[in-house]
Design a protein around this ligand. Sequence first.
Ligand SMILES: NC(=O)c1ccc[n+]([C@@H]2O[C@H](COP(=O)([O-])OP(=O)(O)OC[C@H]3O[C@@H](n4cnc5c(N)ncnc54)[C@H](OP(=O)(O)O)[C@@H]3O)[C@@H](O)[C@H]2O)c1
Length: 252
Amino acid sequence: MTAFSSHFPDTDFRLNLQKALLVLITILTGLIPLMVRAQNAPPAKMKIGIIGSGRVGSALGGAWIKAGNEVMFSSQHLDTDKALAAKLGPNAHAGTPREAAAFGTVLLIAVPYTALPGVGKEVGDLIKGKVIIDACNPIVARDGDMAVAAREKGVGLMSLEFLPGARIVRAFNAIQAAKMGEAASNNATVGMPLAGDDSNAINIASTLIRQVGYEPVLVGTLATKGKYLMPGTPLAGEHSADEIRKIASELK
Ligand SMILES: NC(=O)c1ccc[n+]([C@@H]2O[C@H](COP(=O)([O-])OP(=O)(O)OC[C@H]3O[C@@H](n4cnc5c(N)ncnc54)[C@H](OP(=O)(O)O)[C@@H]3O)[C@@H](O)[C@H]2O)c1
């Protein structure tokens, strides 16, 4: 045996070691993206603050509770919210809009559009960086001139102005509230168009959309396609996910 070979393992052993290292590196390289994805995935159970507990807020809140989330309902009438929460079990709570905004890691706002600027001021310091699902629509017959202004500017951008610093996703804008509460139990194959600017917020909203029985379809940003997410546009009403993709691709 030479001096050289006495200090190093034989060739077979070195080759096997190299192969084992290669296999290990391949496995680790494959695992890293999975670990990153898992870290970015929204939790299955969330704390949701709802501002506006009327038809939309109560239907979605009820469905999210059924899916295992914790929800705090709020409006201008705490007693109504307490009564609603009492019917929905221990994962339902009632609070003021500020309490709901602080409670939720994600918020749903579902108030008449005229109320949105006031809500934005009331909870402004609590919503910076927070994910907000904005279901509110500017309806001219109901909301008057400010709805006209919102439609001219584009409702996605207008909501951003009323809720500065929030990570807004527009969704649930043009499907009837009564259907929103039932979709999960209907095994429906209805798509839900959504628009937003922040990928993490879009992921979270998509998880919540799936939980209530819709297939989320990202149609664009708040500026580009957010303006179509309201009643009276080609995206309004019930469509399959494929139909939504096709309609959205034809909208400028
Ligand atoms: N109905 C639908 O099928 C449907 C579908 C999609 C989207 N939308 C849109 O979603 C929004 C809500 O619609 P909705 O049908 O659920 O209306 P809704 O039944 O009239 O409920 C509105 C809720 O907002 C609350 N609210 C009003 N002003 C408020 C304020 N300043 N602060 C906190 N809460 C306030 C109301 O309670 P208090 O008055 O007690 O505060 C009520 O709980 C609207 O913008 C609508 O266009 C509706």
